[in-house]
Design a protein around this ligand. Structure first.
Ligand SMILES: Nc1ncnc2c1ncn2[C@@H]1O[C@H](COP(=O)(O)OP(=O)(O)OP(=O)(O)O)[C@@H](O)[C@H]1O
Length: 261
């Protein structure tokens, strides 16, 4: 389990080093199975999560190497200053960003189509024993793909596809870093995600680190809530978060609430 994140002193300028939150923090404890980063847009949650995922070397949903991901330039710059301490070091788990999802669905479906196209080509050029061997190989690979992700991820709605990915990739003890996993999940599906996370923690001993704007996900029992605000990272309680207070005020009396906007 990841226990602490320390930020070594740096004398660099420019993004990401100029982020206010990086000016002040020296060490944060990530000592519970579920840690949730919260805070307003632009406060630096994704930058911290991306740098953590990069430092650990976690797989992304596309299973491509995180080191060659061009969108993680800031994480590469910052990673040398991240010092992680562990009880049991691991590189197993997943780094999930909502924005990776669409590209991922496309690539899975392209791979499936490529298997079909290869099969047609081989059927036209081979025969007998050779054709049977190639057919067996391609069918095996295609079936493995279908078993893992379903017959066609495009056949699911966006939110259903999200949950399908979580179900198929939350499999082993490891560390799961999820950046805004609520992006297209209905409140009911967010509760399903909480259930999945709880099962993974209780049955597999997995660790989760999330960034979210969802008051539902923030309410996961026994999670450590770290709020980024005014350039500081401080531990907070569910009821103290701005997200909770605004949502509660709105739900309790939205007419009056909106009058003050
Ligand atoms: N490549 C970049 N160059 C300069 N500034 C950047 C770059 N990428 C992000 N930023 C800025 O860094 C700040 C932190 O961005 P980050 O994505 O970490 O915030 P966040 O807390 O995850 O926000 P959100 O909740 O909107 O996802 C933002 O103000 C953003 O505009």
């Amino acid at each position: 389990m990841l226990k602490t994140l320390r930020l070594k002193p740096f004398d660099k300028r420019g993004f990401p080093f100029d982020l206010p939150v990086l000016q002040n923090f020296k060490e944060i404890e990530i000592d519970l199975p579920i840690t949730i980063f919260i805070g307003d847009n632009g406060c630096g949650k994704s930058t911290i999560l991306e740098t953590l995922a990069y430092s650990i070397g976690l797989p992304t949903i596309s299973s491509k190497s995180i080191e060659t991901d061009g969108s993680l330039k800031a994480a590469k710059l910052l990673a040398p200053y991240f010092q992680l301490s562990w009880t049991n070091k691991t590189r197993q788990g997943l780094f999930f960003r909502a924005e990776d999802f669409t590209g991922f669905i496309r690539s899975v479906n392209e791979l499936r189509s490529a298997f079909d196209k290869d099969m047609q080509d081989f059927e036209a050029s081979l025969e007998g024993h050779s054709l049977e061997r190639v057919r067996g190989m391609i069918t095996g690979q295609k079936n493995a793909l279908i078993e893992k992700y379903g017959s066609d991820l495009n056949a699911y709605s966006h939110g259903e596809g999200f949950l399908k990915i979580f179900e198929s990739r939350f499999t082993q003890k490891g560390i799961y870093i999820l950046d805004e996993p609520e992006a297209s999940l209905s409140p009911l599906r967010q509760l399903s995600l909480i259930l999945l996370i709880k099962e993974m923690v209780q049955q597999r001993g997995a660790q989760f680190i999330l960034a979210t704007h969802s008051p539902i996900l923030m309410g996961i029992p026994n999670a450590k809530l770290l709020e980024l605000r005014d350039g500081l990272i401080t531990q907070t309680s569910f009821e103290e978060t701005e997200h909770y207070r605004i949502t509660k005020g709105f739900l309790e009396n939205r007419e009056q609430f909106l009058r003050f906007l």
